[in-house]
Design a protein. Structure first.
Length: 301
């Protein structure tokens, strides 16, 4: 079969002959690039309508209802960068920045700040911050399987500004020589909850990793497994976000630091937006999706 690939304006960019019903969108992108009629596949978005939604790389022409003489519409997404690269940059920055601020550099605190005593919670906070972002870096390398290979390169600057800026803001206050620590019971209980939340978050990421075979974009309904931390799937669609929120809420209580609370609130807002979108996508894609689940906060959101 022959398929026309058009721009959003309807101009025919190229005609691809000798396609079959089993040809995938990924194959179409490669052929457009080989014909020098479009950018490299990572920059391409293929749609069924000029202003429609993107179709998945794994979709076949047959599954999309495309027959000989049919049309597909191409959009150039602009310069792209790998998801893994973005994640590594945005997570390495906070780890380095926080641990540097933990040493109380003279440029922020004065020449003698490092010689002044540290409250025990300051050491715990540095350990928690290092644990969180070290875990994220290791998950990026060894756990996560991305459904899309790339994202717009502007996201690198946006994401790094968010994570790096908030880290400097939080670290400056907690590591300040004038920082006042809360009581020990509050500190140690909250620290324990932080660690449990991190374990929960890791457990969810491992379960989600196992749902998607390597090199595929397969999507399945996630259900709890034998790991007790995964039982949160009975109540929400995105328990990885739930545990992330619980971790930063625990960190806020542990440090009793307003900037940490603002970071927690900002994170909850953004994760709620993402969770609501994923929750809607699950319900749309899977007719048998559990009806009792919320998106991120059990029984509430």
């Amino acid at each position: 079969m022959e398929v026309e690939v058009c721009s959003a304006s309807g101009k025919v960019l190229t005609k691809l002959p000798s396609l079959s019903a089993s040809t995938t969108i990924k194959d179409v992108k490669k052929k457009v690039f080989e014909a020098k009629k479009g950018p490299y596949p990572g920059r391409q978005m293929i749609r069924l309508e000029p202003k429609g939604k993107a179709v998945n790389d794994g979709d076949t022409l047959s599954a999309l209802g495309i027959k000989s003489g049919g049309k597909l519409y191409l959009k150039d997404l602009g310069p792209q960068i790998g998801w893994g690269t973005v994640f590594l940059a945005e997570y390495a920055g906070p780890l380095i920045i926080y641990l540097w601020m933990y040493t109380r550099p003279w440029i922020f605190y004065g020449a003698n700040a490092a010689t002044k005593p540290y409250a025990q919670v300051v050491h715990l906070a540095a350990g928690c911050y290092a644990l969180h972002y070290s875990k994220r870096l290791l998950e990026t390398v060894f756990v996560h399987r991305f459904s899309h290979a790339t994202m717009p390169i502007r996201n690198l600057f946006k994401n790094c500004s968010y994570y790096w800026g908030f880290t400097a803001y939080v670290a400056y206050h907690i590591n300040h020589p004038l920082y006042t620590a809360p009581n020990d019971i509050q500190v140690y209980v909250a620290a324990a909850l932080f660690v449990l939340s991190e374990l929960g978050n890791l457990s969810i990421h491992l379960l989600l990793r196992d749902l998607r075979p390597p090199g595929s974009t397969v999507r399945k309904i996630p259900f709890p497994n034998s790991n007790p931390f995964t039982q949160l799937f009975r109540f929400v669609s995105c328990p990885n976000y739930t545990y992330e929120f619980y971790a930063w809420l625990s960190f806020t209580v542990m440090t009793q630091c307003l900037p940490a609370g603002l970071f927690c609130a900002a994170g909850l807002f953004q994760m709620t937006v993402w969770a609501l979108g994923k929750h809607r996508a699950y319900k749309k894609e899977f007719k048998s999706y559990p009806k009792g689940r919320k998106s991120i906060i059990p029984f509430i959101i």
